[in-house]
Design a protein around this ligand. Sequence first.
Ligand code: ADP
Ligand code: MG
Length: 480
Amino acid sequence: MANGWETVIGLEIHAQLATRSKIFSGSATAYGAPPNAQANLVDLGYPGTLPVLNREAVLMAVRFGLAIGATIAPRSVFARKNYFYPDLPKGYQISQYELPVVARGAVEILLEDGSRKTVGVTRAHLEEDAGKSLHEGLGRMSGIDLNRAGTPLLEIVSEPDMRSAREAVAYMKKIHTLVRYLEICDGNMQEGSFRCDANVSVRRAGAQEYGTRCEIKNLNSFRFVERAINHEVERQVELIEGGGKVVQETRLYDPDRDETRPMRSKEEANDYRYFPDPDLLPLEIDAAFVAELRAGLPELPDAKAARFAREHGLSEYDAGVLTASRELAAYYEEVAAGAGEPKLAANWVMGELSGFLNRDGLEIGVAPVGAAALAGLLKRIVDGTISGKLAKDVFEAMWSERKDADAVIAERGLRQITDTGAIEQAIRDVMAANPGQLADYRAGKDKLFGFFVGQVMKATAGKANPAQVNELLKKLLAGP
Ligand code: ADP
Ligand code: MG
């Protein structure tokens, strides 16, 4: 890092597990219901009710653990984390503390310089989410919505292995990709299904000990993670260089003002008075169950990227981009197979297709040009019906009019001119119309060749086959 400081970052990622019901009750977890429509007596913390563990949530946690090469605890324990907050009516959150279900895994991230780095995952544990306080539209009052109370979360805690905001984002993206491959979390960051707390400290380059960290809470976009960390690093360095000391605390990132500010001083674990929840049995997972889940894992992103690089001759970077989601990877494979040209397919999926999806804010699943349609377009480039340049116009028309490539090409008369006679005629017309340039070219002004190419393409509305234009032009310009 610049000016003699090194940044140290560890992330605590909260992934909301995609179960239909809550972790300890039968209430639905669907997003967007009217306040408190999905909160039953267990979620409300009524005395005398008992939690019942959701098997599906456990299964999802184990699948995640296996995907990161972690140890699955044969026996893990739910604990009560005690604190008061209006959106936590029980007065405690059920979490896992000393014995989490998943421990000691790792993921690999690809850095911008092409190198790889392993980030350790300390643990991943199951816990329930709390409710929400509502302030808008309620005058001077606040409301409590307990729909989210009891929603299953997997908290994924990393080692303090990251050394820049970029690395932290790369790691978070990797976990985001993984949970979606595993179909254990929908990854929707706007709805809060995937968010993180970033622990940030700085130390002098070469120092052995870590500096004091601050924890920035509830970051729900990759951009915010990067900005919040960079700001926090700057703040800490300035503070220390000015003779001050970082105090361990929880801070909030304000995207509008683009700064972090203190929220509360950091609680210590003993403030929470964790103890095993007497209402829940320890969670026991046998080896046969783990083996069964391991056998059911899908092809994971790293393996898929390696296969793409190997089978389709793609660069590691491109293979990584194309495997960022299962849907994108499946789309790409269909285009590559249909067009028979894996590299051309990669360029189009990462170029035009991604560009249009971005522009229109669409997910690949609802792309107006499906994989088969894009493959159809690429085939017309490969067989010489249209040039690569015209194909972009065809793609745009396919996108906005939802037609296939052949229909657009026929309708607009875009078929490439490969008829030698027609191209020759166009060249002769251009030569006749530009006698001055022709004389100069023949007198040795080679640079004018490009001028003639441009004129011929213009005369044919871009439809002449470029290779043929080049070849014929050379011949005809040279002399009668
Ligand atoms: P807590 O539960 O109190 O937040 P943990 O010990 O579980 O604390 O650590 C939380 C996160 O903070 C982990 O991701 C860890 O890697 C990270 N972390 C710990 N020490 C530091 C440090 N000095 N600088 C940056 N991150 C750190
Ligand atoms: Mg924490």
